[in-house]
Design a protein around this ligand. Structure first.
Ligand SMILES: [Zn+2]
Length: 115
């Protein structure tokens, strides 16, 4: 069976919230991205709220980091293009050709974005 990245590229992701059930797979996106020893590949777009972005930056700082620090070796990590959306039903956005309308809902102590 050919690698998944050759048959079904993952181009865009919409994250509804920052809980573990939504974000713990982010580290494994590299498994479905093309391989490049220098990580020079087209990144996968990820749409998420600023609140979710802040949480992801704490949980996965190496996925958010844009440039290597001096002396840091290239490490194969998922290449992601973070796209901040507003939790505002008056501000739809387009992902994978679909117009999505953010619908903020309360879930425990967090705000979810439904579409
Ligand atoms: Zn959750």
């Amino acid at each position: 069976m050919p690698p998944l990245s050759n048959t079904h590229p993952l181009r865009q992701i919409v994250l509804t919230h920052e809980h573990a059930d939504a974000v713990l797979g982010l580290d494994d996106i590299r498994a479905v991205q093309p391989y490049s020893p220098t990580n020079d590949i087209a990144p996968t777009a990820i749409y998420l709220s600023q609140e979710a972005m802040d949480s992801v930056g704490v949980k996965f700082p190496y996925l958010v980091q844009k440039k290597l620090k001096e002396g840091q070796e290239v490490r194969r990590v998922a290449q992601l293009d973070w796209k901040i959306i507003e939790n505002d039903c008056k501000k739809p956005f387009v992902a994978s050709g679909l117009e999505l309308v953010p619908l903020p809902v309360s879930y425990t102590t967090s705000i979810f974005t439904q579409f």
